[in-house]
Each structure stands twice: as C-alpha cells, then as structure tokens.
Design a protein around this ligand. Structure first.
Ligand SMILES: *Cc1c(COP(=O)(O)O)cnc(C)c1O
Length: 377
C-alpha cells in the first residue's frame, strides 16, 4: 500500500534522534523493567491528564482486566458495555466470570447510549464500561447520573481517546478522557494515538485506595516482596516503551491537532454528499480521531474498499461484527436485531487512513478516489 491506515515510520523519523538516544541509554543501563523511565513517564502522564494516579501496565486489555479485578466484583455481577467496540472491552468481563450486558449505541456519535444503559440496569449491575470510541468521549454526564443513582462503578475504556477533552455541560468543567469515572484504561499499542514500539497500557484513577490495590494487582498481588495479598497478574510496562512514550507524550497535543486537521479535510471533501455521512462530534467533547469513520449510504462497501486498494489506499471496517454476534460471545439473551444501530453501523461504516503524517496532497488523492467510486455508483 502506498497509503496505510497509519504512518508510524514517518512519525518515528521526526523524533528519531531523541528516541534512539533514550533506547540506547536503557540498553546501556540494562534497566529494562521498572527503571527510572517508567516512573518518569508515569509522573508526566499524571501531570498531563490531571489525574492523581497512573498505573502503567502491559497493554490496554490488562488495564481493563486489572480495573475490574480491583473493584471486588463477584462472578455473576453484571457489567454494562457497548456492543459496538473492540472485543477487549467485553473479553475481560467474560474472563473474570462477570456477566457482560451489552447495549446499543447512539447513531450519530457511535458511542454507548445512556438511555439504553438505564434500561439495562438490574439489581446485579455493578459497573458500566463506556468506550470513547474512535476518539470522542461518550456522554459521561448522563452516564455518571445513572451510576450515581444505582451506585455503579464507571471504568472508562479510553484506548482510542487519550488526550480528548470532556466538558461537563452542567458545570462547564473540562477534564481529560479517562479521568471522568472511577478508573480509566488506555492502550499504547503502536497504532493508538499515543503508541509505543510494542505493547503497553495504563490505568488512571483519582481514588487512592483503588490505585494502591491496582499497583499490587499488576505485580502478582504483592505489596511486600514474596507476600501475596491478592491473586494478581504480571502486567508491566517495560522501560524502553516508557522512554519512547515519554518522548511522544510531549508531542501528543500536536499529534491530536494533526489528526483533527486531517479529519476536517475529509469532512469538507465529503460535505453535502448524500452517500457519505461524515463523523459528528458531540458538543461536550473534543475529538482526537483515533479513526476517521464515516457511514456509507447505499454504497457497495466491499467494492469501494477494493477500488481504494487497487490504488494502494488502505481502508478498514471497525467493526464488521457486533459483539453480540461474535461466535465466542453468542448468548441466548441476545439475537440479531437486538441492537439495530450497532448492526446497521457494522454493515455501513468505513474508516480511511488517519494519522499524524497526512498531507493535503495525500488526502486529495484519497478523497478523489473515494468520490470517484461513490459518485459513479
Ligand atoms: C486497542 C483497544 C483495546 C486493547 O488494547 P491492547 O493494548 O491492544 O490490549 C481495548 N479497547 C479498545 C476500545 C481498543 O481500541
């Protein structure tokens, strides 16, 4: 492909001297695990997010799992989440023998629908996992009200929305995605908005007790060496990844601005085209465009993707199969047709390349290619 969904090489080239030096230093010190680079990144991320505690871990899926482990939930407890997300969100619920309760999304933001959450709450519900899908925050004010009313935990899956700002429509207070609920979870998978050169993840919280417990859980449930207070996991961010992330964190606002600019170019190019619905940003959130995901109206999606691929332009579908239709998650509680918006989106969304290295020339080639197919179809 000439144009991939991301351009990690292009991004690396711009920070190569800094990154190479940082990696070399760790190799020379052999401080591979738990070295000063991890602590430095943790502190800098806490400051950036305005959150009391960042707990680095091995990946975003572990972050979600450790968050749920720290809440002291029992098998059979229900956790509400969206049916339109990456599998990791529901996977950890199922792994811990909790019951995933799936709900539909809003048609305009593709994020979890608070009205659907409200209907899904039962006496067994213990937590809600909103996913800030594609880079904008879910309707956290409405979600928090439901959580407060029913005494539920909120664990935010902010793997796609690090650095997004949420502004509470009632108080006007702006906070970072992942710091709005009880616990926030993110991923530093290379293609994420803040991506490592391998796997990585982190957990955020303002709650001292939860932070203390999660720090122990990620370290084999061990507060004092070889004394294990909980059944834990081994989930560490390694020093090389932390050093790279520390450098990239300094560029994160630039990166988000570049993504927004690219999204605006696409929006303008497709404006008023009845065959394409461009992504909407809700008024209470900024959008950091982890993905640029549009809805196709009566366009042959496979045909368009092939047309683009023939011109060496990547495209992707996030996500082609809703969680309730996934083989491993089939459940008599759910059937096709239960989540009409999710199901419609799964059939009609398509994402275009979006990253920090796009130029208007590249974007023009991409949008021309899209429009050529869409307008003749
Ligand atoms: C990427 C992602 C995860 C998982 O992150 P990993 O680091 O790959 O484990 C979880 N949830 C969402 C929404 C994601 O996009």
């Amino acid at each position: 492909m000439k144009y991939n969904m991301v351009d990690l090489v292009g991004q690396y080239k711009k920070i190569k001297p800094e990154v190479d030096k940082a990696i070399l230093k760790i190799m020379e010190e052999a401080s591979f695990i738990g070295g000063p680079a991890v602590k430095s990144f943790q502190k800098n991320l806490e400051k950036y997010l305005g959150v009391k505690h960042v707990i680095p871990c091995a990946n975003g899926t572990d972050a979600l799992q450790v968050a749920l482990m720290a809440l002291g939930l029992k098998p059979g407890d229900e956790v509400i989440t969206t049916s339109f997300t990456f599998i990791a969100t529901a996977e950890v619920i199922a792994l811990l023998q909790l019951t995933p309760v799936l709900v539909d999304v809003e048609p305009d933001t593709y994020n979890i629908d608070p009205k659907a959450i409200k209907k899904a709450v039962t006496s067994k519900t213990k937590a809600i996992i909103p996913v800030h899908l594609f880079g904008q925050c879910a309707d956290m004010n409405s979600i928090k009200k439901i959580a407060n009313e029913h005494d539920l935990f909120i664990v935010e899956d902010t793997a796609q929305a690090i650095s997004a700002n949420y502004t509470d429509p009632e108080t006007g207070i702006t906070q970072k995605a992942g710091t709005l609920g009880d616990i926030g979870c993110t991923s530093f998978f290379p293609s994420k908005n803040l991506g490592a050169f391998g796997d990585g993840g982190a957990i955020f919280t303002n709650n001292d007790d939860l932070a203390a417990k999660m720090r122990i859980v990620v370290n084999h449930g061990m507060a004092v060496r070889y004394y294990h207070d909980y059944v834990g996991v081994n989930s560490r961010l390694d020093s090389i990844q932390a050093a790279i992330l520390d450098i990239k964190l300094r560029h994160l606002d630039e990166y988000s601005a570049a993504r927004l600019k690219a999204a605006q170019y696409y929006n303008a190019a497709f404006a008023d085209n009845p065959k394409i619905t461009t992504p909407i940003t809700a008024e209470y959130t900024s959008h950091v465009f982890h993905q640029y995901t549009m809805v196709l109206n009566g366009v042959d999606r496979e045909g368009l993707m092939k047309h683009l691929a023939d011109k060496e332009i990547a495209s992707a579908v996030y996500y082609p199969v809703p969680l309730h239709m996934q083989k491993a998650y089939l459940d008599p509680r759910y059937k096709e047709g239960d989540f009409p918006i999710t199901e419609k989106l799964s059939k009609s969304v398509m994402s275009l390349p979006i990253h920090t290295e796009l130029t208007e020339e590249i974007q023009k080639e991409i949008t021309d290619a899209v429009l050529e197919f869409v307008n003749k179809a």
